[in-house]
Design a protein around this ligand. Structure first.
Ligand SMILES: [Mg+2]
Length: 342
């Protein structure tokens, strides 16, 4: 069977917003970037919601509370309640609560989002390794987290206190560039202690489980911009996914994606929710989408035809992923992508 981005879930070309009951939307690079809404996000989400799709927002960032995230989205013109925001802080708090006694103390290295999530599970956030914590949890603490907090975590972890991390994203985009993320902070404690944390965030199952528990989604569609968090999380949860090209993934990375990083659908931005995704069909040795036909040559991907750039990309994905099988496509797609302006 060929590998490639699919047409609508049953090949009908039905809009994704009606084919799936719930969109599980990543935030950064999908809905907003650097605090501002991404082009077409606000209008597309409004149309999807009005058509009956439930919208939920799923973020690995444990710093802000669901209330704060919902307020930000509402300010951008996307009316959102705190109950529709799921954070890795919530996922890790549930994971901890399953492994420590009720009401246990948890040493927190991170921000308010983590403390609120722990209290929600009946756990008591504490600040010192000397407070006799039953667990240590690390979540993104923002630029003002003092270095001494890592020492505090290290003292407890080195004593054998179970260690948890909300997520291990190594970097976090800021308005001024790429900053160290919680994964980098986790590395500091790992280097000091030699221990390994249990991790909750995307792409790992605790985050997906938290999302399904909180939304009650029956037929969810994961919408994201990152292959190794959003799309891999959908793969691990065995649900369909839509990759949008408004964030960190470019065409070259998409063509080289191994199976767990291959989205079900790809589109330029959130307008992709509102349309049926075009069909990709096998055509001799190649794959056709719209006016384009892509084939895998000896050392590069070939593209013929013309039409919508995204259709060309969809055809290329089918050719690249079929050629790569269970691996990662090593054929050069540079010339084909340049022809598409991608
Ligand atoms: Mg993102």
């Amino acid at each position: 069977m060929s590998q490639g981005v699919r047409t609508g879930p049953d090949g009908s070309g039905q809009a994704l917003s009606t084919a799936y009951d719930t969109a599980l939307l990543d935030l950064d690079g999908v809905v907003y970037a650097g605090g501002s809404a991404i082009a077409h996000a606000v209008e597309s989400l409004e149309v999807a919601r009005a058509g009956g799709m439930h919208l939920a927002y799923v973020t690995n960032n444990a710093l802000r509370t669901p209330d704060a995230v919902a307020e930000h989205l509402t300010e951008l013109g996307i009316p959102t309640g705190a109950g529709d925001v799921i954070t890795s802080a919530q996922a890790v708090a549930r994971l901890i609560s399953e492994q420590v006694p009720a009401g246990a103390r948890v040493l927190v290295i991170g921000g308010e989002g983590l403390r609120v999530a722990l209290r929600e599970r009946g756990l008591e956030p504490v600040e010192s390794a000397d407070d006799d914590p039953a667990a240590v949890v690390q979540g993104f603490g923002g630029p003002d987290l003092p270095w001494g907090r890592f020492a505090e975590a290290s003292y407890a972890v080195a004593r054998g206190v179970p260690w948890f991390a909300s997520n291990t994203d190594l970097t976090i985009p800021s308005g001024r560039g790429i900053a160290p993320g919680n994964g980098a902070a986790v590395e500091v404690v790992r280097i000091a202690t030699g221990a390994e944390p249990q991790v909750a965030g995307k792409p790992l199952p605790p985050m997906h489980r938290e999302t399904i528990l909180r939304t009650g989604a029956k037929r969810p569609l994961v919408v994201g911009d990152r292959l190794d968090t959003d799309i891999e999380g959908a793969f691990n949860g065995a649900v369909d996914s839509l990759l949008v090209l408004t964030g960190v993934t470019d065409g070259r990375q998409l063509l080289a994606a191994p199976p767990q990083h291959r989205p079900t659908y790809v589109d330029a931005d959130l307008r992709g929710l509102l349309t049926g995704q075009p069909e990709v069909t096998a055509d001799g040795d190649g794959f056709r989408c719209g006016g384009w036909t892509a084939t895998a040559g000896a050392d590069r991907l070939e593209l013929e035809g013309d039409g919508e750039a995204l259709d060309g990309l969809r055809a290329l994905c089918a050719a690249a992923w079929t050629a790569a099988g269970e691996g990662s496509c090593e054929l050069d797609g540079g010339k084909a992508l340049a022809r598409l302006g991608l």
